[in-house]
Write a protein that binds this ligand. Structure first.
Ligand SMILES: [Ca+2]
Length: 347
């Protein structure tokens, strides 16, 4: 009797919960299916990759009308972008790029497009000014052998350069690369850096899923934001760039750039640069070192030009994102995440 009463009560509670969800407008299609191993497809079918530079793949276009995938926390699925190459430039193939910042240099009278670039590796690290049009290194300052250059950002006419595996950073005068100040960041490691106008903060990465917003004068930590893709942390955040209200982050060892909402840390979209690295490698233009991974994003807000390059890459590209899937399917998301969030480690 007691057992029957309990069962009846349980059934009543289950029915009430169902009615409440229906009344609140929940999409019951997102209820996890135990047979599928949870809320996500257990064995996603392979999806043909987008063709580099050709816009959205046929698969992406055909699946754009599919239902958006929602995780347990109901964060919207990220939008997927592929890319097209707008322009190709020469880049020093011996530059192990760790930080890239666009600027206009008018110091010699005529203004020119330049990059401030930080290079890494012990004994090869530098801060340099590079001409966009030619790839020529206009000026360069070598770091001490004990320093491994990392992220770079220009703030109020000065350059801040991070170093790897240390909180040490250098402030340089842009005109002569003299060290104006040696300082410490609040992070134990240094990977990427950019400047967020909206919060007047320098944004730092250290290879973790966190973006750290720091005071541009004191480098005191203001807040940390964990970067997440539908609730799952996204680690290995590397070189950064603030672009039109988003923080773009190279994900280390992948061809992926996460486009992050700086307030919430949510990855709003992914830009996947499939083929850029492999097609460039096939051209056999490498310098003294084999090409390494994509790393380096720069932005010219006046013309909205986006530039990317990589470590020891002989080319630098101006690219444009091309929409691949506004509402990606579960299969597309699974493929993306295996490529961008949990990639196989290099051999
Ligand atoms: Ca950058």
């Amino acid at each position: 009797m007691v057992k029957a009463t309990v069962m009846a009560l349980a059934a009543l509670l289950a029915l009430s919960a169902l009615l409440l969800r229906l009344a609140s407008g929940d999409d019951l299609s997102s209820v996890p299916n135990p047979a599928a191993g949870g809320g996500r497809a257990a064995q996603p079918a392979p999806v043909p990759p987008a063709i580099p530079g050709s816009g959205a793949s046929a698969s992406a276009q055909g699946q754009a009308a599919a239902q958006p995938v929602r995780s347990a926390n109901q964060a919207a699925a990220p939008v997927l972008y592929t890319y097209k190459v707008v322009h190709e430039y020469v880049h020093d193939p011996d530059a192990f790029t760790q930080g890239l910042e666009y600027d206009t240099d008018c110091s010699s009278g005529a203004c020119k497009d330049v990059f401030w670039e930080s290079t890494g590796m012990y004994g090869q690290s530098s801060v340099r000014e590079v001409e966009l049009a030619t790839g020529a290194v206009l000026r360069e300052k070598a770091l001490a052998h004990a320093d491994f250059g990392e992220g770079l950002v220009k703030v109020d006419g000065r350059l801040l350069q991070l170093t790897w595996k240390s909180g040490k950073a250098y402030w340089y005068q842009t005109g002569n690369f003299n060290v104006a100040q040696t300082t410490k960041t609040p992070l134990g490691d240094g990977w990427g850096a950019t400047f967020d106008n909206a919060t007047n903060s320098i944004v730092l990465s250290d290879g973790s899923p966190n973006l750290s917003f720091v005071d541009p004068s004191t480098l005191a930590l203001r807040r940390n934001v964990q970067v997440t893709d539908q609730g799952s942390p996204v680690g290995n955040l590397n070189e950064l760039e603030a672009i039109d209200g988003e923080i773009w982050a190279n994900i280390w060892i992948t061809d992926c750039i996460a486009r992050v909402d700086p307030q919430s840390g949510v990855v709003k979209s992914w830009l996947v640069l499939d083929g850029l690295h492999t097609s460039l490698r096939a051209k056999n233009l490498a310098g003294s070192h084999p090409m390494d991974v994509l790393n380096g994003i720069a932005y010219d807000p006046a013309t909205k030009r986006i530039f990317v390059t990589g470590k020891y890459w002989p080319r630098l590209y101006q690219i444009e994102p091309v929409l691949a899937a506004a509402q990606p399917t579960a299969e597309q998301l699974a493929q993306l995440r295996s490529k961008c969030i949990s990639p196989p480690m290099p051999q």
